[in-house]
Design a protein around this ligand. Structure first.
Ligand code: PXL
Length: 483
Protein backbone atom coordinates (compact mmCIF):
# COMPACT_ATOMS: atom_id res chain seq x y z
CA UNK A 1 0.00 0.00 0.00
CA UNK A 2 1.24 3.45 -0.87
CA UNK A 3 1.86 5.88 1.94
CA UNK A 4 -0.66 8.69 2.23
CA UNK A 5 0.52 12.30 2.38
CA UNK A 6 -2.08 14.95 3.12
CA UNK A 7 -0.75 18.51 3.06
CA UNK A 8 -3.19 21.11 4.34
CA UNK A 9 -2.28 24.72 3.55
CA UNK A 10 -4.73 27.05 5.32
CA UNK A 11 -5.15 29.68 8.03
CA UNK A 12 -4.72 29.20 11.74
CA UNK A 13 -6.53 31.16 14.41
CA UNK A 14 -5.80 31.67 18.09
CA UNK A 15 -9.44 31.44 19.02
CA UNK A 16 -12.20 29.51 17.31
CA UNK A 17 -12.62 27.25 14.32
CA UNK A 18 -11.79 27.84 10.68
CA UNK A 19 -9.07 26.80 8.23
CA UNK A 20 -6.48 24.46 9.69
CA UNK A 21 -8.08 24.64 13.15
CA UNK A 22 -10.84 22.59 11.57
CA UNK A 23 -8.85 20.59 9.00
CA UNK A 24 -6.05 19.43 11.34
CA UNK A 25 -8.57 18.15 13.88
CA UNK A 26 -10.87 16.54 11.32
CA UNK A 27 -8.06 14.74 9.50
CA UNK A 28 -6.54 13.43 12.73
CA UNK A 29 -9.89 12.40 14.17
CA UNK A 30 -10.59 10.45 11.00
CA UNK A 31 -7.26 8.67 11.30
CA UNK A 32 -5.05 10.66 8.92
CA UNK A 33 -1.68 12.16 9.75
CA UNK A 34 -1.78 15.50 7.92
CA UNK A 35 1.12 17.82 7.30
CA UNK A 36 0.03 21.31 8.26
CA UNK A 37 1.19 24.60 6.81
CA UNK A 38 -0.43 27.66 8.38
CA UNK A 39 -0.45 30.58 5.97
CA UNK A 40 -1.49 33.08 8.66
CA UNK A 41 -1.79 33.21 12.42
CA UNK A 42 -4.73 35.43 13.27
CA UNK A 43 -6.51 36.18 16.49
CA UNK A 44 -9.81 34.82 15.13
CA UNK A 45 -11.75 34.56 11.89
CA UNK A 46 -13.56 37.73 12.97
CA UNK A 47 -10.38 39.66 13.85
CA UNK A 48 -7.60 39.27 11.34
CA UNK A 49 -4.90 40.71 13.58
CA UNK A 50 -1.75 38.65 13.77
CA UNK A 51 1.00 37.53 11.41
CA UNK A 52 1.08 36.33 7.83
CA UNK A 53 3.71 34.21 6.09
CA UNK A 54 5.24 35.87 3.04
CA UNK A 55 5.86 33.95 -0.16
CA UNK A 56 9.56 33.23 0.66
CA UNK A 57 8.54 31.71 3.97
CA UNK A 58 5.95 29.56 2.24
CA UNK A 59 8.65 28.51 -0.23
CA UNK A 60 11.11 27.56 2.53
CA UNK A 61 8.71 24.97 3.91
CA UNK A 62 7.25 23.64 0.68
CA UNK A 63 10.55 23.37 -1.21
CA UNK A 64 12.03 21.49 1.75
CA UNK A 65 9.12 19.08 1.51
CA UNK A 66 9.65 18.79 -2.25
CA UNK A 67 13.29 17.87 -1.71
CA UNK A 68 12.29 15.21 0.80
CA UNK A 69 9.82 13.75 -1.65
CA UNK A 70 12.38 13.43 -4.43
CA UNK A 71 13.24 9.86 -3.60
CA UNK A 72 9.87 8.80 -2.22
CA UNK A 73 7.86 7.71 -5.20
CA UNK A 74 5.97 5.19 -3.10
CA UNK A 75 3.57 7.74 -1.63
CA UNK A 76 0.34 9.34 -2.74
CA UNK A 77 0.25 13.10 -2.31
CA UNK A 78 -2.92 15.08 -1.60
CA UNK A 79 -2.78 18.87 -1.34
CA UNK A 80 -5.66 20.73 0.25
CA UNK A 81 -5.36 24.49 -0.01
CA UNK A 82 -7.67 26.96 1.71
CA UNK A 83 -7.19 30.45 3.14
CA UNK A 84 -4.15 32.15 1.57
CA UNK A 85 -4.11 35.89 2.17
CA UNK A 86 -2.06 37.27 -0.70
CA UNK A 87 -1.45 36.60 -4.39
CA UNK A 88 2.32 35.97 -4.08
CA UNK A 89 1.64 33.18 -1.61
CA UNK A 90 -1.02 31.62 -3.87
CA UNK A 91 1.52 31.74 -6.73
CA UNK A 92 4.21 30.19 -4.53
CA UNK A 93 1.94 27.38 -3.38
CA UNK A 94 0.98 26.72 -7.02
CA UNK A 95 4.64 26.72 -8.10
CA UNK A 96 5.58 24.17 -5.46
CA UNK A 97 2.65 21.89 -6.20
CA UNK A 98 3.55 21.97 -9.89
CA UNK A 99 7.22 21.26 -9.23
CA UNK A 100 6.35 18.24 -7.14
CA UNK A 101 3.88 17.05 -9.73
CA UNK A 102 6.56 17.38 -12.40
CA UNK A 103 8.99 15.32 -10.35
CA UNK A 104 6.32 12.71 -9.93
CA UNK A 105 5.89 12.63 -13.67
CA UNK A 106 9.40 11.32 -14.03
CA UNK A 107 9.24 8.85 -11.20
CA UNK A 108 5.62 7.83 -11.28
CA UNK A 109 4.73 8.51 -14.84
CA UNK A 110 2.33 11.39 -14.59
CA UNK A 111 1.67 13.63 -17.53
CA UNK A 112 -1.12 16.12 -17.89
CA UNK A 113 -0.25 17.55 -21.23
CA UNK A 114 -2.49 17.38 -24.22
CA UNK A 115 -0.86 15.76 -27.18
CA UNK A 116 -1.53 17.08 -30.63
CA UNK A 117 -0.45 15.82 -33.99
CA UNK A 118 2.32 13.31 -33.52
CA UNK A 119 3.61 11.85 -30.38
CA UNK A 120 6.54 9.50 -30.56
CA UNK A 121 8.40 7.80 -27.85
CA UNK A 122 7.07 7.38 -24.41
CA UNK A 123 4.12 8.85 -22.74
CA UNK A 124 3.79 8.21 -19.07
CA UNK A 125 0.89 9.14 -16.93
CA UNK A 126 -2.21 11.00 -17.74
CA UNK A 127 -3.38 12.41 -20.89
CA UNK A 128 -6.51 14.47 -20.66
CA UNK A 129 -8.28 16.03 -23.51
CA UNK A 130 -7.75 15.26 -27.11
CA UNK A 131 -4.98 13.65 -28.95
CA UNK A 132 -5.11 13.60 -32.69
CA UNK A 133 -2.59 11.85 -34.74
CA UNK A 134 -0.15 9.16 -33.98
CA UNK A 135 1.31 7.86 -30.86
CA UNK A 136 4.15 5.42 -30.97
CA UNK A 137 5.75 3.95 -28.00
CA UNK A 138 4.54 3.49 -24.51
CA UNK A 139 1.81 5.01 -22.50
CA UNK A 140 1.48 4.23 -18.85
CA UNK A 141 -1.30 5.50 -16.68
CA UNK A 142 -4.54 7.15 -17.58
CA UNK A 143 -5.88 8.58 -20.69
CA UNK A 144 -9.12 10.54 -20.65
CA UNK A 145 -10.71 11.98 -23.65
CA UNK A 146 -10.40 11.26 -27.30
CA UNK A 147 -7.68 9.66 -29.24
CA UNK A 148 -7.89 9.65 -32.97
CA UNK A 149 -5.39 8.01 -35.11
CA UNK A 150 -2.83 5.40 -34.41
CA UNK A 151 -1.34 4.13 -31.28
CA UNK A 152 1.47 1.68 -31.49
CA UNK A 153 3.18 0.11 -28.65
CA UNK A 154 2.10 -0.31 -25.13
CA UNK A 155 -0.57 1.23 -23.06
CA UNK A 156 -0.79 0.43 -19.40
CA UNK A 157 -3.47 1.75 -17.16
CA UNK A 158 -6.78 3.37 -17.90
CA UNK A 159 -8.26 4.77 -20.97
CA UNK A 160 -11.51 6.68 -20.79
CA UNK A 161 -13.33 8.15 -23.66
CA UNK A 162 -12.99 7.45 -27.29
CA UNK A 163 -10.30 5.89 -29.28
CA UNK A 164 -10.61 5.91 -33.00
CA UNK A 165 -8.12 4.36 -35.24
CA UNK A 166 -5.56 1.75 -34.68
CA UNK A 167 -3.89 0.41 -31.69
CA UNK A 168 -1.15 -2.10 -32.05
CA UNK A 169 0.57 -3.72 -29.22
CA UNK A 170 -0.43 -4.13 -25.65
CA UNK A 171 -3.05 -2.55 -23.57
CA UNK A 172 -3.16 -3.31 -19.89
CA UNK A 173 -5.75 -1.97 -17.59
CA UNK A 174 -9.07 -0.34 -18.24
CA UNK A 175 -10.66 1.02 -21.27
CA UNK A 176 -13.95 2.85 -20.92
CA UNK A 177 -15.91 4.30 -23.71
CA UNK A 178 -15.62 3.66 -27.38
CA UNK A 179 -12.97 2.15 -29.46
CA UNK A 180 -13.36 2.25 -33.16
CA UNK A 181 -10.92 0.69 -35.46
CA UNK A 182 -8.35 -1.92 -34.95
CA UNK A 183 -6.66 -3.27 -31.96
CA UNK A 184 -3.90 -5.75 -32.38
CA UNK A 185 -2.11 -7.40 -29.63
CA UNK A 186 -3.00 -7.87 -26.04
CA UNK A 187 -5.54 -6.27 -23.84
CA UNK A 188 -5.53 -7.05 -20.16
CA UNK A 189 -8.05 -5.74 -17.75
CA UNK A 190 -11.38 -4.12 -18.32
CA UNK A 191 -13.08 -2.76 -21.29
CA UNK A 192 -16.38 -0.95 -20.88
CA UNK A 193 -18.34 0.43 -23.72
CA UNK A 194 -18.16 -0.19 -27.38
CA UNK A 195 -15.56 -1.61 -29.58
CA UNK A 196 -16.02 -1.45 -33.28
CA UNK A 197 -13.61 -2.97 -35.62
CA UNK A 198 -11.04 -5.61 -35.18
CA UNK A 199 -9.28 -7.00 -32.27
CA UNK A 200 -6.53 -9.46 -32.86
CA UNK A 201 -4.63 -11.14 -30.22
CA UNK A 202 -5.42 -11.70 -26.62
CA UNK A 203 -7.82 -10.18 -24.24
CA UNK A 204 -7.69 -10.93 -20.57
CA UNK A 205 -10.24 -9.65 -18.15
CA UNK A 206 -13.64 -8.10 -18.67
CA UNK A 207 -15.32 -6.73 -21.69
CA UNK A 208 -18.59 -4.93 -21.15
CA UNK A 209 -20.56 -3.52 -23.94
CA UNK A 210 -20.42 -4.16 -27.60
CA UNK A 211 -17.96 -5.67 -29.89
CA UNK A 212 -18.76 -5.35 -33.52
CA UNK A 213 -16.94 -7.13 -36.25
CA UNK A 214 -14.09 -9.39 -35.64
CA UNK A 215 -12.24 -10.63 -32.70
CA UNK A 216 -9.43 -13.06 -33.16
CA UNK A 217 -7.50 -14.59 -30.46
CA UNK A 218 -8.08 -15.39 -26.86
CA UNK A 219 -10.40 -14.12 -24.21
CA UNK A 220 -9.87 -14.88 -20.59
CA UNK A 221 -12.43 -13.85 -18.06
CA UNK A 222 -15.76 -12.25 -18.76
CA UNK A 223 -17.31 -10.87 -21.79
CA UNK A 224 -20.69 -9.22 -21.42
CA UNK A 225 -22.81 -7.36 -23.84
CA UNK A 226 -23.35 -7.73 -27.50
CA UNK A 227 -21.21 -9.30 -30.08
CA UNK A 228 -21.93 -8.77 -33.69
CA UNK A 229 -19.80 -10.45 -36.18
CA UNK A 230 -17.23 -13.04 -35.59
CA UNK A 231 -15.30 -14.31 -32.69
CA UNK A 232 -12.47 -16.53 -33.67
CA UNK A 233 -10.12 -18.16 -31.40
CA UNK A 234 -10.09 -19.49 -27.94
CA UNK A 235 -11.77 -18.78 -24.72
CA UNK A 236 -9.60 -20.10 -21.98
CA UNK A 237 -10.73 -21.80 -18.85
CA UNK A 238 -11.44 -19.56 -15.87
CA UNK A 239 -8.37 -17.87 -14.56
CA UNK A 240 -7.61 -17.29 -10.92
CA UNK A 241 -8.66 -13.68 -10.80
CA UNK A 242 -12.03 -14.13 -12.46
CA UNK A 243 -13.17 -17.60 -11.48
CA UNK A 244 -16.45 -17.50 -13.38
CA UNK A 245 -16.19 -17.24 -17.09
CA UNK A 246 -19.21 -16.12 -19.03
CA UNK A 247 -20.14 -15.03 -22.44
CA UNK A 248 -23.40 -13.13 -22.49
CA UNK A 249 -24.88 -11.84 -25.61
CA UNK A 250 -27.72 -9.61 -26.61
CA UNK A 251 -30.54 -12.05 -26.04
CA UNK A 252 -30.42 -11.30 -22.33
CA UNK A 253 -33.27 -9.27 -21.04
CA UNK A 254 -33.28 -7.34 -17.83
CA UNK A 255 -34.40 -8.91 -14.60
CA UNK A 256 -34.84 -7.68 -11.08
CA UNK A 257 -33.32 -10.65 -9.38
CA UNK A 258 -30.73 -9.90 -6.80
CA UNK A 259 -27.74 -12.09 -6.24
CA UNK A 260 -27.45 -13.02 -2.58
CA UNK A 261 -24.03 -11.97 -1.43
CA UNK A 262 -21.52 -14.75 -1.19
CA UNK A 263 -23.68 -17.28 -2.98
CA UNK A 264 -21.95 -19.13 -5.75
CA UNK A 265 -24.05 -19.35 -8.84
CA UNK A 266 -23.09 -21.59 -11.67
CA UNK A 267 -22.97 -20.49 -15.25
CA UNK A 268 -26.14 -22.33 -16.23
CA UNK A 269 -28.16 -20.73 -13.44
CA UNK A 270 -26.78 -17.36 -14.32
CA UNK A 271 -28.07 -17.72 -17.82
CA UNK A 272 -31.37 -19.12 -16.66
CA UNK A 273 -32.06 -16.43 -14.12
CA UNK A 274 -30.47 -13.74 -16.15
CA UNK A 275 -28.92 -12.23 -13.09
CA UNK A 276 -25.65 -11.25 -14.55
CA UNK A 277 -27.12 -8.41 -16.54
CA UNK A 278 -28.33 -6.84 -13.29
CA UNK A 279 -25.06 -7.26 -11.48
CA UNK A 280 -23.17 -5.89 -14.45
CA UNK A 281 -25.43 -2.87 -14.62
CA UNK A 282 -24.90 -2.24 -10.92
CA UNK A 283 -21.19 -2.57 -11.32
CA UNK A 284 -21.34 -0.17 -14.23
CA UNK A 285 -23.37 2.36 -12.22
CA UNK A 286 -20.84 2.08 -9.42
CA UNK A 287 -17.93 2.57 -11.74
CA UNK A 288 -19.54 5.30 -13.79
CA UNK A 289 -19.04 8.09 -11.29
CA UNK A 290 -16.16 6.56 -9.48
CA UNK A 291 -13.65 9.15 -8.28
CA UNK A 292 -10.81 6.94 -9.52
CA UNK A 293 -12.13 7.45 -13.05
CA UNK A 294 -12.29 11.23 -12.71
CA UNK A 295 -8.98 12.06 -11.06
CA UNK A 296 -5.63 10.45 -10.45
CA UNK A 297 -5.46 9.42 -6.84
CA UNK A 298 -1.65 9.29 -6.83
CA UNK A 299 -1.35 13.07 -6.88
CA UNK A 300 -4.16 15.42 -6.22
CA UNK A 301 -4.82 19.11 -5.56
CA UNK A 302 -8.07 20.01 -3.85
CA UNK A 303 -8.28 23.79 -4.06
CA UNK A 304 -10.80 25.59 -1.89
CA UNK A 305 -10.33 29.10 -3.32
CA UNK A 306 -11.20 30.82 -0.06
CA UNK A 307 -11.73 34.47 -0.97
CA UNK A 308 -14.99 35.62 0.56
CA UNK A 309 -18.66 35.07 1.05
CA UNK A 310 -21.90 36.90 0.34
CA UNK A 311 -20.21 39.63 -1.69
CA UNK A 312 -17.46 40.33 0.87
CA UNK A 313 -13.77 39.59 0.21
CA UNK A 314 -11.55 38.49 3.10
CA UNK A 315 -8.29 38.13 1.16
CA UNK A 316 -6.32 40.60 -1.00
CA UNK A 317 -8.10 41.53 -4.20
CA UNK A 318 -5.36 40.23 -6.51
CA UNK A 319 -5.72 36.72 -5.07
CA UNK A 320 -8.63 36.35 -7.52
CA UNK A 321 -6.26 36.66 -10.50
CA UNK A 322 -3.81 34.19 -8.98
CA UNK A 323 -6.51 31.57 -8.60
CA UNK A 324 -7.66 32.20 -12.16
CA UNK A 325 -4.13 31.38 -13.35
CA UNK A 326 -3.83 28.36 -11.08
CA UNK A 327 -7.18 26.80 -12.00
CA UNK A 328 -5.76 24.86 -14.94
CA UNK A 329 -3.61 22.80 -12.55
CA UNK A 330 -6.31 22.11 -9.98
CA UNK A 331 -7.96 18.68 -9.79
CA UNK A 332 -10.91 19.48 -7.53
CA UNK A 333 -12.22 22.97 -6.83
CA UNK A 334 -14.78 23.80 -4.13
CA UNK A 335 -15.81 27.46 -4.40
CA UNK A 336 -18.91 28.93 -2.81
CA UNK A 337 -21.28 31.04 -4.92
CA UNK A 338 -19.40 34.32 -4.47
CA UNK A 339 -16.02 32.69 -5.19
CA UNK A 340 -17.47 31.06 -8.31
CA UNK A 341 -18.73 34.45 -9.49
CA UNK A 342 -15.28 35.97 -8.95
CA UNK A 343 -13.49 33.17 -10.81
CA UNK A 344 -15.93 33.12 -13.72
CA UNK A 345 -16.54 36.90 -13.86
CA UNK A 346 -20.31 36.58 -13.87
CA UNK A 347 -23.25 36.76 -11.48
CA UNK A 348 -25.29 33.71 -10.61
CA UNK A 349 -29.03 34.39 -10.58
CA UNK A 350 -30.46 31.17 -11.93
CA UNK A 351 -29.46 27.61 -12.69
CA UNK A 352 -28.33 28.28 -16.22
CA UNK A 353 -25.71 30.70 -14.81
CA UNK A 354 -24.38 27.94 -12.57
CA UNK A 355 -24.11 25.61 -15.58
CA UNK A 356 -22.15 28.28 -17.45
CA UNK A 357 -19.73 28.61 -14.53
CA UNK A 358 -19.32 24.83 -14.23
CA UNK A 359 -18.49 24.69 -17.95
CA UNK A 360 -15.97 27.53 -17.66
CA UNK A 361 -14.13 25.84 -14.80
CA UNK A 362 -14.15 22.38 -16.41
CA UNK A 363 -12.91 23.73 -19.72
CA UNK A 364 -10.07 25.47 -17.92
CA UNK A 365 -8.90 22.03 -16.82
CA UNK A 366 -10.44 21.32 -13.42
CA UNK A 367 -11.52 17.70 -13.31
CA UNK A 368 -14.18 17.94 -10.63
CA UNK A 369 -16.05 21.13 -9.78
CA UNK A 370 -18.17 21.38 -6.65
CA UNK A 371 -19.97 24.68 -6.06
CA UNK A 372 -20.72 24.27 -2.39
CA UNK A 373 -23.61 26.69 -1.88
CA UNK A 374 -25.84 28.49 -4.32
CA UNK A 375 -28.69 30.70 -3.06
CA UNK A 376 -31.55 31.69 -5.33
CA UNK A 377 -33.86 34.66 -4.70
CA UNK A 378 -36.84 32.52 -5.71
CA UNK A 379 -36.16 29.85 -3.09
CA UNK A 380 -35.12 31.28 0.25
CA UNK A 381 -35.58 28.00 2.11
CA UNK A 382 -32.96 25.98 0.28
CA UNK A 383 -29.42 26.19 -0.86
CA UNK A 384 -27.96 24.07 -3.61
CA UNK A 385 -24.70 22.26 -4.09
CA UNK A 386 -23.68 21.55 -7.69
CA UNK A 387 -21.15 19.01 -8.89
CA UNK A 388 -19.90 18.52 -12.41
CA UNK A 389 -17.27 16.52 -14.27
CA UNK A 390 -16.58 14.75 -17.56
CA UNK A 391 -18.10 11.26 -17.60
CA UNK A 392 -16.51 8.23 -19.25
CA UNK A 393 -17.93 9.28 -22.60
CA UNK A 394 -16.15 12.61 -22.25
CA UNK A 395 -19.47 14.38 -21.79
CA UNK A 396 -20.01 16.91 -19.00
CA UNK A 397 -22.54 15.74 -16.41
CA UNK A 398 -24.17 17.96 -13.79
CA UNK A 399 -25.83 17.05 -10.51
CA UNK A 400 -27.35 19.12 -7.72
CA UNK A 401 -28.19 18.57 -4.07
CA UNK A 402 -31.10 20.50 -2.60
CA UNK A 403 -30.30 21.34 1.00
CA UNK A 404 -32.71 22.72 3.58
CA UNK A 405 -31.21 26.02 4.67
CA UNK A 406 -30.17 26.23 8.29
CA UNK A 407 -29.82 29.83 9.35
CA UNK A 408 -26.37 29.72 10.82
CA UNK A 409 -24.28 32.78 10.29
CA UNK A 410 -20.87 31.40 10.72
CA UNK A 411 -17.86 30.89 8.50
CA UNK A 412 -16.12 27.56 8.63
CA UNK A 413 -18.65 25.20 7.09
CA UNK A 414 -16.80 25.41 3.75
CA UNK A 415 -13.56 24.47 5.53
CA UNK A 416 -15.27 21.51 7.16
CA UNK A 417 -16.70 20.42 3.80
CA UNK A 418 -13.36 20.44 1.95
CA UNK A 419 -11.39 18.39 4.50
CA UNK A 420 -14.20 15.86 4.91
CA UNK A 421 -14.40 15.56 1.13
CA UNK A 422 -10.69 14.83 0.85
CA UNK A 423 -10.84 12.34 3.70
CA UNK A 424 -13.70 10.41 2.04
CA UNK A 425 -11.97 10.47 -1.33
CA UNK A 426 -8.75 9.12 0.14
CA UNK A 427 -10.33 6.54 2.44
CA UNK A 428 -13.48 5.34 0.72
CA UNK A 429 -12.97 6.16 -2.92
CA UNK A 430 -15.83 4.99 -5.17
CA UNK A 431 -18.85 6.97 -6.33
CA UNK A 432 -18.25 10.71 -5.88
CA UNK A 433 -22.00 11.40 -5.74
CA UNK A 434 -22.34 9.11 -2.73
CA UNK A 435 -19.28 10.68 -1.12
CA UNK A 436 -20.86 14.14 -1.40
CA UNK A 437 -24.12 12.85 0.17
CA UNK A 438 -22.17 11.51 3.13
CA UNK A 439 -20.08 14.65 3.57
CA UNK A 440 -23.27 16.73 3.51
CA UNK A 441 -24.82 14.42 6.07
CA UNK A 442 -21.94 15.05 8.51
CA UNK A 443 -21.89 18.78 7.76
CA UNK A 444 -25.64 19.22 8.32
CA UNK A 445 -25.47 17.34 11.62
CA UNK A 446 -22.51 19.36 12.91
CA UNK A 447 -24.19 22.64 11.92
CA UNK A 448 -27.48 21.60 13.58
CA UNK A 449 -25.55 20.92 16.77
CA UNK A 450 -23.80 24.31 16.66
CA UNK A 451 -26.73 26.70 16.34
CA UNK A 452 -26.43 28.25 19.77
CA UNK A 453 -23.01 29.85 19.26
CA UNK A 454 -20.82 31.64 16.74
CA UNK A 455 -18.50 28.72 16.12
CA UNK A 456 -18.89 25.23 14.74
CA UNK A 457 -18.81 22.78 17.63
CA UNK A 458 -16.07 20.69 16.10
CA UNK A 459 -14.81 18.96 19.24
CA UNK A 460 -18.25 18.26 20.69
CA UNK A 461 -19.23 16.62 17.39
CA UNK A 462 -16.08 14.63 16.92
CA UNK A 463 -17.87 11.29 16.72
CA UNK A 464 -20.13 12.57 13.97
CA UNK A 465 -17.05 13.94 12.21
CA UNK A 466 -15.33 10.56 12.45
CA UNK A 467 -18.43 8.70 11.23
CA UNK A 468 -19.17 7.22 7.82
CA UNK A 469 -21.75 9.92 7.08
CA UNK A 470 -24.86 7.81 7.46
CA UNK A 471 -26.22 9.47 10.60
CA UNK A 472 -30.02 9.17 11.01
CA UNK A 473 -30.00 7.39 7.68
CA UNK A 474 -31.09 10.64 6.06
CA UNK A 475 -29.01 11.27 3.00
CA UNK A 476 -29.51 14.10 0.57
CA UNK A 477 -29.48 12.47 -2.85
CA UNK A 478 -28.15 14.03 -5.99
CA UNK A 479 -30.53 15.02 -8.78
CA UNK A 480 -29.28 15.09 -12.35
CA UNK A 481 -29.41 18.47 -14.06
CA UNK A 482 -30.04 18.28 -17.79
CA UNK A 483 -28.81 20.98 -20.12
O1 PXL B 1 -13.83 29.90 6.67
C1 PXL B 1 -13.02 30.59 5.83
C2 PXL B 1 -11.95 31.34 6.59
C3 PXL B 1 -10.72 30.76 6.76
N1 PXL B 1 -9.74 31.41 7.42
C4 PXL B 1 -9.94 32.63 7.94
C5 PXL B 1 -11.16 33.25 7.81
C6 PXL B 1 -12.20 32.60 7.13
C7 PXL B 1 -13.50 33.24 7.00
O2 PXL B 1 -13.79 34.23 7.58
O3 PXL B 1 -11.34 34.46 8.33
C8 PXL B 1 -8.83 33.30 8.66
Amino acid sequence: MKKENIISIQSQVFDGFCGNNIAAFVFRRRGHIPKILNTVQYYSKFKHSGVELNSQEVDVILSEYNKDQEFMSDSNIYFLTGYIKNAECVDMVTKNILELRKKRKIQNGKNNDNGKEYMNGHMNGHMNGHMNGHMNGHMNGHMNGHMNGHMNGHMNGHMNGHMNGHMNGYMNGHMNGHMNGHMNGYMNGHMNGHMNGHMNGHMNGYTNGHINDHMNGHTNGHMNGHTNGHINGHMNEPNVEYPNRHINSSEHKSSNLIIPEGKLINEKDMHKNNILAVSQRRKKDKELYSIENIINLNFLWVCDPVMGDNGRLYVDECVVESYKKAIQYVDIITPNQYETELLCEMKINEEKDVIKCLNVLLHKGVKLVIITSVNYNFDKDHLFLYVSFFNNKNKIVYFKYKILKIHFNCFGSGDLFSCLLLSFIVKQKGNILHIISKVLNILQNVIKNSLTGLELNIIENQDIIASDGLINDVLIKEEPVFF
